[in-house]
Write a protein that binds this ligand. Structure first.
Ligand code: NAG
Ligand code: NAG
Ligand code: NAG
Length: 352
């Protein structure tokens, strides 16, 4: 009898030992620490993961992870040299949130500074403010030691020149003269308002021109941080700020409930505070994938053709994502890394 029991007992012991070395993981879907980020920005995931493992905090990991995308100019949608505005200039939006203290640092319409999320971090550490914008944010950045550089590159210049050459199409104006669907500005307001159609051909921001990085990091002890970085929308009107630097819109983190981050058409998404909403759903115990889906479907009710996706993670490290299905955007790719995955892994979710 004793002999017979020995083998299974030994393998049970071995199994427990293996699980222990894996950080008591209970499967790919939930083990800590966790790094989760939008799109297939693998180096960002890797950088955040390595930052945690070399003793960095969750905030350090988010800052370095998103910062990696600013250096790499991920998909041309993060960092310098992408998404020139109507005057050809690249401006940056970023935020970082500490889910333990609920402190947020953010910059919007930041000019001539490459490391936007680095500046956002300084807003937390060296001011009592939450959000700094425009030229003044750039002066703040310079006072914190960030170099002032031209964010224009050959690539952003050629995007801009091509757009000028095609009569400034597409653009974000409406109800103006001259007719913005045919001509460049300067524009004046028109007395006649045209009825709007919220359909595919009306979209100005889609999968080809807007891939913000949003990142969630949960440490071994359950501290959560989140952040974003983007260069906004191609050909945006000067002064435009999207969802990324807005707490609760671009990202949200609460170490007692979870975190979420969004990517897509910020002009639409920021009206719904999708990241805040997803975290509040998870606070009630809702599964992360379901929480992501619920916020996407709420926006769908008002704007069926919006371009957007959300990633969600709860306090135990379970995670998920959801996206709004459009022609040409039926799946959303995101990155995850935790002790069970062992390395940054690309995950794919079907849009709803
Ligand atoms: C501008 O557009 C025209 C066609 O509309 C094209 O022939 C020309 O090469 C373009 N110029 C530049 C600089 O892109
Ligand atoms: C979208 O709106 C345009 C006019 O703005 C119209 O011509 C087109 O048929 C509409 N497409 C769909 C799919 O509704
Ligand atoms: C996180 O989500 C998973 C999967 O739905 C669930 O099993 C777990 O209980 C959740 N954790 C918390 C703290 O709600």
């Amino acid at each position: 009898m004793g002999q017979r029991n020995l083998l299974p007992r030994r393998s049970l012991l071995l199994y427990l030992l293996l699980q222990a070395t894996r950080g008591f993981s209970s499967g790919g879907a939930s083990s800590l620490p966790l790094v989760l980020n939008t799109w297939a920005f693998q180096k960002a995931t890797e950088t955040a993961w390595n930052t945690l493992h070399s003793g960095g905090s969750e905030l350090d990991a988010v800052e370095k992870g998103c910062g990696q995308c600013e250096i790499e100019q991920c998909d041309g949608s993060v960092g310098y040299g992408g998404s020139p505005d109507e005057h050809g200039e690249t401006t940056l939006d970023a935020m970082i949130m500490d889910g333990n203290t609920m402190k947020v640092g953010a910059v919007a319409d930041l000019r001539r500074i490459k490391n936007a999320i680095g500046v956002a971090r300084k807003v937390i550490e060296h001011t009592r403010h939450t959000l700094l914008v425009g030229e003044s944010a750039s002066f703040f950045a310079e006072s914190m030691g960030f170099p002032s550089e031209d964010l224009t590159t050959q690539k952003s210049l050629s995007i801009y020149l091509k757009w000028l050459n095609q009569s400034c199409q597409p653009n974000f104006w409406k109800n103006v003269i001259p007719d913005a669907s045919k001509s460049c500005g300067p524009y004046k307001q028109s007395a006649v308002f045209v009825k709007e159609e919220q359909n595919v051909s009306e979209r100005r921001i889609d999968v080809h021109n807007h891939d913000t990085i949003g990142m969630i990091v949960i440490g071994q002890a359950g501290s959560i941080a989140a952040g974003t970085s983007t260069n906004g929308a191609n050909h945006k009107i000067q002064g435009r700020v999207g969802d990324s630097p807005i707490a609760g819109a671009g990202a949200y983190a609460d170490s007692t409930a979870g975190a979420a981050a969004a990517t897509g058409d910020g002009d639409v998404m920021m009206r719904f505070l999708p990241s805040y909403q997803a975290v509040e759903y998870m606070r009630t115990g809702m599964d992360p994938t379901m929480a992501c889906k619920k916020v996407i479907s709420r926006i769908q009710k008002y704007v069926p053709y919006f371009f957007g996706a959300v990633i969600c993670a709860n306090t135990s490290g379970s995670y998920g994502a959801a996206c709004n299905k459009l022609p040409g955007f039926t799946q959303f790719h995101f990155m995850a890394c935790n002790p069970s995955l062992r390395q940054p892994s690309e995950e794919i979710v079907d849009c709803i």
